[in-house]
Ligand binder design. Structure first.
Ligand code: HEM
Length: 421
């Protein structure tokens, strides 16, 4: 690792850190197998940049510090879902040191759409490069041509809704799947605005199996989506409290559409080869989406979880969200009930909000059912990496009501308990 030793023996300037050489070494063997000597050098690097990071406004030092955080997780014994997915590098919420919210809603939505498209496009670009033998990254268990074609088709479909919102759908065309995937990649290359995270640093698989690339990018794309959904729900709660039913309904509608339209992302993940998944997951123990802060925020912004769920591994895996709930985080369910009780929400406004809540609950429930199906196929009877018994846990939580103030496919429930006339 002479690039790194040379760098360390000089001024150790974060701007000249040898990222490509370090990445090459991680990719050659997989994060789980990186040699101790390299990790020790990275540990030394961390000590050197600690002071520089403290200097306000030094973006390069911060980037390096975030990168080291991800590369040294196993070395430090704190490897988890957030470090596996490099959420901090992607500027996605991970519980500590989260990025400040964008200055306005439109900017935040566009930033998430851009990141989502870039992640999916990058996953497809890797598929195309591997099929064309132009990369030797993660060489084990390459999929066959038909699978690559299917991935291209599904990935492009998953990217279309955000592309449409960005006004770019025409740029991808409707040619055969590999061509549209290549076009998507070309469009995505122009999407990273100043200050957007560099994707290449956020791909640190634990092993060298081809399909782990897809797995990581799909999880990251869902994280991006859930972070957006949580933002929408937060504003919806405030709108309900402020007696603005139209605004609340719009937010709920947008959030439900985000989840519903991302369905092809799960279909894309379902093309993962079970053998590959079972190979690399031997080294992902301790990293599970049960630690997803954004998902638990979504769930708990809809409705306060029951005490036994709050005290279970589900919320103990996301202590900062658990604290928010215990501190009385407001929810859609409760804001809706209070608004109805206080006479601030009635008539057409109430019906509109209730309908959007039902649609949202339908989309999230569908997500849970699909997730359970995929997990069953990939995992079989094995336990989860998040220390649950695996799919029996998912089967049990699949039916946890999203809201209790309304139920899917029904008219609003009376806040006092009965059904409205
Ligand atoms: C091969 C595909 C997948 C398998 C086998 C799988 C398996 C599991 C299992 C067994 C759990 C229970 C916790 C544990 O012990 O780990 C879980 C939880 C979870 N998974 Fe997945 N998962 C897969 C894909 C995904 C994807 C793509 C996402 C998107 C982010 C996701 C999000 C979640 C979430 C949010 C939870 C927590 C659910 C809760 O606590 O209610 N999973 N998954």
């Amino acid at each position: 690792m002479h690039e790194l030793t040379t760098w360390l023996s000089g001024t150790a300037d974060p701007r000249t850190f040898p990222y490509p050489a370090v990445l090459r070494e991680f990719h050659r063997v997989g994060k789980h197998f990186v040699e101790k000597e390299l990790l020790a050098l990275l540990d030394e690097t961390r000590a050197r940049v600690a002071g520089a990071t403290a200097a306000a406004g030094d973006n390069r030092a911060r980037l390096l510090s975030d990168f080291l955080d991800v590369t040294l997780d196993k070395w430090d014994g704190r490897y988890d879902y957030r470090s596996y997915l490099a959420l901090r590098l992607l500027r996605l919420p991970c519980g500590t040191d989260d990025p400040p919210p964008a200055e306005d809603d439109a900017t935040a939505r566009r930033a998430r759409d851009r990141l989502f498209v870039r992640l999916v496009a990058d996953a497809l670009a890797f598929e195309l490069a591997a099929a064309a033998h132009t990369t030797d990254l993660l060489p084990q268990q390459r999929p066959g041509r038909p699978v690559v074609t299917k991935r291209c088709r599904l990935g492009v479909r998953a990217a279309l809704p955000p592309l449409a919102r960005l006004g770019l759908v025409g740029a991808v065309g409707d040619d055969e799947p590999a061509t549209t995937a290549a076009a998507l990649h070309a469009v995505a290359a122009g999407l990273d605005a100043d200050g957007d995270p560099p994707l290449r640093l956020s791909m640190l698989p634990v092993h060298v199996t081809h399909d782990e690339y897809l797995f990581i990018r799909v999880l990251q794309a869902y994280e991006c989506l859930f972070a957006g959904v949580a933002d929408e729900l937060r504003v919806a709660v405030a709108a309900l409290a402020g007696a603005a039913p139209r605004a609340a309904a719009d937010r709920l509608g947008y959030a439900g559409d985000l989840i519903g339209a991302a369905g092809p992302l799960f279909s894309l993940l379902a093309t993962m080869q079970t053998e590959s998944f079972r190979t690399f997951r031997q080294y992902t123990e301790g990293a599970s989406a049960i630690q997803s802060r954004s998902y638990k925020l979504v769930e708990s912004l809809c409705r306060t979880p029951e005490g036994d769920r709050l005290d279970s591994v589900a919320y103990r895996s996301v202590p900062e969200v658990r604290s928010l709930v215990r501190a009385g985080q407001p929810t859609i369910d409760e804001a809706y009930r209070s608004a109805v009780r206080a006479g601030r929400l009635d008539g057409a406004g109430r019906m509109l909000v209730a309908r959007r809540m039902e649609t949202f609950a339908g989309a999230l429930s569908q997500w849970r059912r699909t997730h359970h199906r995929i997990a069953t196929r990939m995992l079989g009877p094995r336990s989860g990496t998040g220390y649950t018994e695996g799919t029996p846990y998912l089967a049990a939580v699949r039916d946890v009501p999203v809201f209790t103030a309304v139920t899917a496919g029904s008219r609003p429930v009376d806040p006092i308990g009965g059904r409205t006339a």
